[in-house]
Design a protein around this ligand. Structure first.
Ligand SMILES: [Zn+2]
Length: 58
């Protein structure tokens, strides 16, 4: 079952803050998950990144 919307990178993905190692890691994990078509893991990383941004980069 392929969700067409999930096969392209969403422009609504949160972006990491440049220079922040934690943001960088979440973004990299998300890319990796995306390229192995593990979209639920990619979504997971988005949630983590978003939460991290709220906490650390208000
Ligand atoms: Zn950060």
């Amino acid at each position: 079952m392929e969700n067409v919307c999930a096969t392209t990178k969403s422009p609504s993905w949160p972006e990491g803050v440049p220079g922040c190692p934690a943001c960088d890691e979440f973004a990299q994990e998300r890319e990796a998950a995306f390229y192995r078509r593990d979209y639920s893991a990619a979504t997971d990383e988005n949630v983590k990144l978003t939460r991290h941004k709220w906490r650390v980069h208000p």
